[in-house]
Design a protein. Structure first.
Length: 170
């Protein structure tokens, strides 16, 4: 029997918000979401404190640098200039995860926690600064890749894990 994400999430009936705020039972989820959010905020603050926009701190010559870039789009600089839409979308994602928390299968809670923490980290930047601070700049074969941040990594890894779970559930 094949279940999509809505089918998987519909199996449980306990109210999501009450389940979410039962922190004692959900320590790992809260720790991953809060840890992701706090690590993202710390790294962004350090980058803002020590690098000017566009400034590089080369870590591995020809491969990796910390580069301060202010992004008005989504992960990896897609949807540039869509800040209001992306802020509303981020709120909807966060509220949706919290609301449906009790229906999220145990194996998917950590990936959803990564998505929640990363989404919240970028949302705070959008609201507070109007841009998102990105900093991780890689080059492969001399070709620059998109610049990203801790929140982008968390959303990508969490989303990929959710997608793999859904593919394997078929």
């Amino acid at each position: 029997m094949s279940l999509g994400l809505s089918g998987i999430m519909a199996r449980r009936t306990r109210p999501g918000i009450a389940a979410f705020f039962s922190i004692r039972r959900n320590r790992l989820f809260v720790a991953v979401a809060a840890g992701t959010f706090l690590l993202d905020a710390l790294v962004k603050q350090l980058v803002r404190s020590f690098l000017s926009v566009g400034e590089d701190l080369v870590v591995i010559p020809g491969l990796f640098a910390l580069t301060r870039f202010e992004n008005t789009g989504a992960s990896f600089s897609i949807l540039e200039g869509w800040t209001p839409f992306l802020a509303v979308f981020s709120v909807l994602i966060g509220v949706g995860i919290i609301h449906y928390y009790a229906r999220i299968p145990g194996r998917l809670r950590t990936p959803f926690a990564l998505v929640l923490g990363g989404t919240a980290g970028n949302l705070i930047d959008r609201v507070a600064f109007g841009t998102i601070t990105d900093m991780f700049a890689f080059k492969l074969g001399g070709v620059g890749m998109p610049i990203f941040n801790v929140a982008d990594i968390a959303v990508f890894v969490g989303g990929a894990a959710i997608l793999l779970y859904l593919i394997r559930a078929r």
